[in-house]
Design a protein around this ligand. Sequence first.
Ligand SMILES: C[S@@+](CC[C@H](N)C(=O)[O-])C[C@H]1O[C@@H](n2cnc3c(N)ncnc32)[C@H](O)[C@@H]1O
Length: 358
Amino acid sequence: MTDTPTLPELIDMQIRTTGPMSVATYIGLCLTHPTKGYYKIADPLGAAGDFVTAPEISQMFGELLGFFLVNLWQQMGGPKKFTLLELGPGRGTLMADALRVACRAEGFRDGLDLRLFEINPTLIAEQNARLEAYDAKWIDGFDKVGPGPLLVVANEFFDALPIRQFVRAEDGWHERMVGTNNGRRAFGLNPIPIPASAMPKTLADAELNVVLEVGLASSEVMNRLATTISTQGGAILAIDYGYARTQTGETLQGVRGHQYADVLDAPGEVDISAHVDFEALGTVAAKAGLAVQPLATQGQFLARMGINERASALIAANPGSAGDLSAAKARLISPEQMGDLFKVFCAASPGLQPPGFA
Ligand SMILES: C[S@@+](CC[C@H](N)C(=O)[O-])C[C@H]1O[C@@H](n2cnc3c(N)ncnc32)[C@H](O)[C@@H]1O
């Protein structure tokens, strides 16, 4: 019996047999290979994992999203049947905190059809443990949401989807590829230039070696959900690190054990992510007929949703935890920590006024 190849061996074999692969194909294999991808094999979250996310920092994050959801549900007239979908729910912490708050609104729990979009079996088990009481169902495609209004929440999901990279060279733009050099994985360029007509006109004068990142997978997800929301009503809220206007510059990064790591080393063991182009997502959502809110920073959004009041109430109820609660609040909203880096995007049915936006 022979050992099955490791993910690095599989990737190197594919490069040897079919040539260099696009950065998007490489990221897709690293993160979501069916049996060896990073998001398929373990729980990456928390102190023992590779990174910590906002809902794992404090219950306040999910609770304020719960208020957001109730507010929109009420604006929609409190539908008797609606779908709440979370993309990449991690350990289920955000949704458990949000629903603890939201289900206090009369009628919310009765109308709720909870759907979760997740590929990680370990995390699915954790989500099941936290959300069992809400009769959660897991979906593997967006055609599997019910016919009523649809509310979608996604925290640090879009940054985990593959991006393509294009680099400006003397003779035009070329796609960046992952190949090998002296037996080691290395970046290179596809020798065939991209026709200038396929690149944004604003980049006609871009300098040599400038990198443009394009998140086609993110746009595809947004298109599917925004199209559904445009006919069924609802909204999508996405929180992630990213930029408000399409920009050049490389943001692809690897993280392992809370430290930056080379994305080409140890495929399947390194978290790979890239900043989200919120302008591109907004363009897709607007084309589908949704009203796109002005992008907020996480700090602005949480302050408008009442994080200061919520922290004060929790401190009054647990004076012994005042220091921890204040530190958690600061971590979520202060500009030096997550407050400015993370942005909050919302696209909703015209007529709805999502709270938390200017
Ligand atoms: C960075 S984690 C964020 C987890 C959670 N939202 C939180 O804030 O703690 C990304 C989440 O998206 C899931 N995920 C990543 N790629 C996915 C894909 N292609 N399809 C479905 N889920 C995916 C991961 O398993 C994980 O639950």
